[in-house]
Design a protein around this ligand. Structure first.
Ligand code: EPS
Length: 403
């Protein structure tokens, strides 16, 4: 239903994104997009680049008087750093000979990139594989968030651990074990996380994490971590069990794995449930206040590829950034001899930023499945379709199963 396409290199002029497929009349505020772009730039442990950039989306099409027109939305995010790279990144014939990068970093896309695309300079791999591209994604996903807002669907995230440092209280477990849909607002929790410089919900943990990041920096090393991205007030019925590509959980896993440096995704208590009995793993069904629900939400809001109506909960694991200031061993492609990997300006930790990106991609996937189900050329039409469906949902079950 919806799609987006990004273009642009990390040190080129900027990033372009075209978003397509949203109905007309969704309210879009430029400040809202820029606000989420600024959230992506946050986090203790980021490198020098974030001091240079103040990401802002220039809207070049698809929106009039703060409302979507139903046409493709085009946005541009300028790279302020471009002024320092004009010569090295020009689309024209270079004036001077540019120095080639010949030493690939283990864990980055350097070696696979030059091999696959037949490049003679690793710079060509670095540019598009950089996580800079995620700025364009966050802009695109802000449109999805604005759309979901009309249905009370909220997305949020928080960092669970960085470098193996977890909070005393297990916030994730609390989400899985309590059926707290009624009073849970994902965005409220995300705002709490935003108050922490590493986007955690526990002050003690924050201090310990900052100390560990300081240690990593001092050692010229980097750290990864895990984060929880989740959504509340998602209606029952997004996704289906019909095909591999109609399952909501599969699409969410795809979205998350597409984020730079992400190496693991878990829906609900995924990996833990592999170690316990079925009776300890599934969520008992209850009928309360004219509604079906579950006593717990270990399934993370999805059963059989379909949203259950409970919060969608996703755990995402990010590996440590591949660029190390105290590098590990690699091979120089100009000599085929062993050497230490090249240093390149980078982040020491980008888990807080990754959480904002994960939250954004979750919004995108939910908006996609929402529109697949409810359709509509205008927002008003989508709202009508949504209301008719949700109003009749439980009555249909009652009617169908009446003896
Ligand atoms: C990023 C921009 C990059 C890095 C980081 C994310 O800028 P630069 O390469 O100029 O320092 O800070 O990218 C990576 C860590 C990576 O491995 O590609 C951004 O805008 O988020």
């Amino acid at each position: 239903m919806i799609r987006f396409l990004t273009a642009g290199e990390s040190h080129g002029k900027g990033l372009t994104v075209i978003v397509e497929g949203f109905p007309s009349n969704i309210k879009i505020e430029n400040e809202y997009i820029n606000y989420h772009l600024s959230r992506r730039q946050m986090g203790y442990g980021r490198g020098g680049r974030m001091k240079i950039e103040t990401d802002a989306a220039e809207i070049n099409g698809g929106i009039r008087f703060q409302k979507t027109l139903g046409s493709p939305i085009s946005m541009f995010i300028q790279n302020r750093d471009w002024v320092n790279w004009e010569e090295k990144m020009t689309e024209h014939k270079p004036k001077d000979k540019t120095e080639k990068i010949t030493i690939p970093r283990p864990g980055h896309a350097d070696l696979v990139g030059i091999s696959k695309y037949n490049f003679s300079d690793i710079r060509n791999s670095i540019e598009r594989s950089s996580a800079r591209e995620t700025a364009a994604r966050v802009a695109a996903c802000s449109i999805a968030r604005s759309f979901l807002d009309n249905f009370g669907i909220k997305v949020g995230s928080f960092v669970e651990n960085i470098g193996g440092i977890y909070p005393k209280k297990n916030f994730a477990d609390e989400l899985f074990l309590n059926n707290v849909e009624d009073d849970l607002d994902a965005w409220e929790i995300a705002k709490q996380a935003d108050e922490s410089s590493v986007r955690v919900l526990d002050k003690d943990q924050e201090t310990k994490i900052i100390n560990k990041i300081k240690k990593a920096k001092k050692q010229g090393d980097t750290l990864g971590g895990t984060m929880i991205a989740f959504a509340t007030s998602v209606p029952l019925g997004l996704g289906s069990f019909i095909h591999y590509d109609t399952k909501l959980d599969a699409a969410i896993a795809h979205s998350m794995m597409s984020i730079n440096a992400v190496k693991g995704v878990e829906i609900g208590t995924g990996f833990h449930s592999a170690n316990i009995f079925g009776s300890e793993s599934h969520d008992e069904i209850v009928y309360e206040n004219n509604n079906f629900s579950r006593k717990t939400n270990r399934a993370g809001g999805i059963e059989g590829g379909i949203s259950t109506g409970l919060p969608i909960i996703v755990r995402v694991a990010m590996k440590p950034i591949a660029t190390l200031m105290s590098p590990i061993e690699t091979v120089d492609l100009s000599s085929f001899k062993s050497i230490q990997a090249r240093r390149e300006r980078s982040d020491f930790v980008a888990v807080p930023a990754c959480a904002v990106i994960a939250e954004s991609m979750l919004a995108w996937t939910l908006a996609d499945f929402f529109l697949k189900k409810f359709g509509g050329d205008s927002l008003e039409e989508t709202i009508d379709n949504y209301k008719t469906y949700t109003k009749k949902l439980n009555n249909r079950i009652k009617k169908n199963f009446k003896k």
